[in-house]
Design a protein. Structure first.
Length: 158
């Protein structure tokens, strides 16, 4: 389940075919909770969808910040790495185990492995990337290189 997202902060292109494919992939998830059993009195079929954490990407003049939602994922099950200018967030959310006195009546959240990959912008300094994981939120800071930072120079007019 390797999902690759091309990230270019200066150029946003819209691909209607990609949007349709994304919508088609999410469609079953929209109707799952609303589905009724085919035979009244019988349990619904259990389906577990693949999942990928939702991310926000914010930029300022010093760095990029990626925030990924990872509820109920343990820190030791999260990996962040950069290979060939591609930042990958990967890990696994494990399904809870049934206990002797408790039964799972419905499971709608997705479990299993996930991976999100982003191509680093040209001005990101891969050697100085840092990450923090706290309260189900993974934050990854990508500092910008010194040459990428805007400088203001006052030019005297003769």
């Amino acid at each position: 389940m390797d999902m690759m997202t091309r990230w270019d902060p200066f150029l946003t292109t819209w691909d209607p075919f990609r949007e349709l494919e994304t919508a088609r992939g999410r469609l079953p998830g929209y109707f799952g909770p609303l589905a009724r059993p085919k035979h009244p009195g019988k349990e619904e079929a259990l389906t577990v969808a693949e999942w990928a954490p939702l991310v926000d990407i914010v930029e300022d003049d010093k760095e990029y910040l990626i925030k990924a939602e990872l509820p109920e994922v343990k820190k030791e099950n999260v990996r962040v790495n950069v290979v060939d200018d591609v930042l990958t967030l990967a890990g696994e959310r494990t399904m809870m185990k049934e206990e002797k006195d408790k039964k799972c009546r419905r499971i709608e959240r997705a479990y299993g492995s996930f991976a999100r990959a982003f191509t680093l912008p040209d001005d990101a300094d891969a050697a100085k990337i840092r990450a923090e994981f706290k309260d189900g939120l993974l934050k990854v800071w990508l500092p910008k290189t010194e040459k990428a930072k805007a400088r203001t120079v006052d030019v005297k007019i003769a």
